[in-house]
Design a protein around this ligand. Sequence first.
Ligand code: FPP
Length: 246
Amino acid sequence: MPASSTRDIPTPSDIPRHVAIIMDGNGRWAKKRLMPRVAGHVKGVDRVRDVIKHCVELGVGHLSLFAFSSENWRRPQEEVSKLMELFVMALEREVGKLHKNGIRLRIIGDLSRFDSRLQTLIRQGETLTRDNTRLCLNIAANYGGRWDILQAANAWIGQHPGQALTEADLASHLALADTPEPDLFIRTGGEQRISNFLLWQLAYTELYFTDTLWPDFNAKALDRAIVSYQKRERRFGRTSEQLVQS
Ligand code: FPP
């Protein structure tokens, strides 16, 4: 199991091993162009493709994208339906290409609320790509960080009734239990919040916020985020002096 940043200090690396992104600003991008919100989401899918490609080029091992939060069901029904259609279309069109490029696809979240067609496509995509190692692509869909922590706790308690739960026990039942915690978190669209994404795993992640709207976020913008990450001093609770000595 990968080390927890509160229990062990990860080996420093110039290229983040795991990048987590909240892709925000699709609606505003469309509104600025007098287009329906869904046009922003459609453009957003193109940027997802670009960012995956660039992560492969850079050697980022894990990429987690927040596509649909457990709170996004509160959006107008029409927008929710269009987003679901977009997910189905993206899976139908892209899974083969992901597989050809050695990318493993995993969807994290409570999938039980999705219709059976979407659930089948998800299962097929995950099965087809499960042995790929070039990049692990995690798409969070109907995901919430609190949901993840609760389902992990309940899964563990179900298997070990009456025993005290430890940090390691809980971490081993989270949706990304086999994945190093994100080194870099990016949120586009100008808001500075975590919005219930990977709450447990972001404990020591470097946070990067940009005003760029997701449909405008390209390879250069990702490079800028990584340069900012490379300038950070990651102390994991230690002092600067200790870092210099080590
Ligand atoms: C946030 O922008 C974006 C979403 C809730 C959906 C993100 C979905 C995609 C980028 C497309 C599908 C992705 C995959 C992986 C197939 P917003 O609508 O909150 O924008 P706003 O803040 O400007 O209103």
